[in-house]
Design a protein. Structure first.
Ligand code: ADP
Length: 261
């Protein structure tokens, strides 16, 4: 593997004279990165399976399989489940991120975005309703197909919609829109929730970065969701825009190139 860096140079009158190209052999670095991804995904995989088994057993206990439970016992079981669920979520997110970094979660094909966004909204409707939020989906007829990995794009949609639900208080409004633009699909998730301070708007796309303030501290998360979104959008040659104001809400907009006719 080579990394190529190019820079032009000019004469005294700023006329281009040529260019310098530097070729760096980054094979060893790439290999190390691959080992790291494999290591993370093996560890995460080894954690996910036993954890699912333990969660299942806790659920059986909770259902009273070994006899009726008193309230304090139920509460303790509930707390244990919550903790385990968050470790399971972290492992799944790490696993997905390392799969995406190692070359993708599946094959590239023509993808219809409408059913995919419908599925993301369906998955999160229960959580939005539990917070009395309105979660609306608008799909324009001119929405084009894109070339990509369906599973990864679904992950992007669920991450963005789930964040909007999570970081918007009771009674808020979330609008998910998908439409066609100039040779591209334009997908946006808008909420009127907590918003993101300007100085955090770049950092939240780095892995494990979470905004720490009084409002967000109570909300559980891994800080990996937007890192996954960013990776997937990059690997699909798309771009991502964020407009957000603390106290007013956030809009995440994705642009993905339309598949050739
Ligand atoms: P997680 O939600 O698991 O913490 P993410 O990577 O999805 O991780 O998000 C990173 C951080 O960005 C979150 O912790 C939160 O502080 C902020 N954030 C993401 N989406 C929103 C949103 N819709 N509104 C307000 N803050 C958000």
């Amino acid at each position: 593997y080579f990394q190529v860096t190019c820079a032009p140079f000019y004469d005294a009158r700023r006329r281009p004279m040529g260019a310098v190209a530097v070729f760096d052999d980054i094979t060893a670095w790439r290999r190390l990165d691959q080992y790291k991804s494999e290591f993370v995904s093996t560890v995460a995989h080894e954690i996910v399976s036993p954890l699912s088994a333990v969660l299942g057993q806790l659920q059986n206990l909770n259902k009273g399989l070994l006899g009726p439970l008193e309230e304090p016992q139920k509460e303790l079981l509930g707390r244990a489940r919550e903790r385990l669920e968050s470790i399971a979520k972290l492992s799944r997110d790490l696993l997905d991120l390392s799969k995406i970094e190692a070359g993708g979660m599946g094959q590239v094909s023509r993808v219809q975005l409408a059913p995919l966004f419908q599925e993301a909204v369906d998955q999160l409707m229960g959580r939005a309703q539990a917070k009395s939020q309105s979660l609306e989906l608008e799909i324009d007829d001119n929405l084009p197909e894109v070339m990509g990995v369906g599973e990864e794009l679904l992950r992007v949609a669920t991450n963005l919609v789930s964040n909007a639900v999570k970081y918007t208080p009771q009674g808020g409004r979330i609008r998910v829109r998908a439409a066609g633009g100039d040779g591209e699909a334009v997908l946006s998730v808008q909420d009127n929730g907590l918003g993101i301070p300007p100085e955090e708007q770049e950092a939240i796309f780095q892995r494990f970065h979470r905004v720490k303030n009084a409002d967000t501290r109570q909300i559980p998360g891994t800080g990996l969701g937007l890192a996954i979104v960013k990776r997937v959008v990059e690997s699909h040659d798309g771009r991502l825009e964020l407009t957000s104001e603390p106290g007013k809400g956030s809009t995440f907009t994705l642009y993905l190139p339309a598949a050739p006719q």
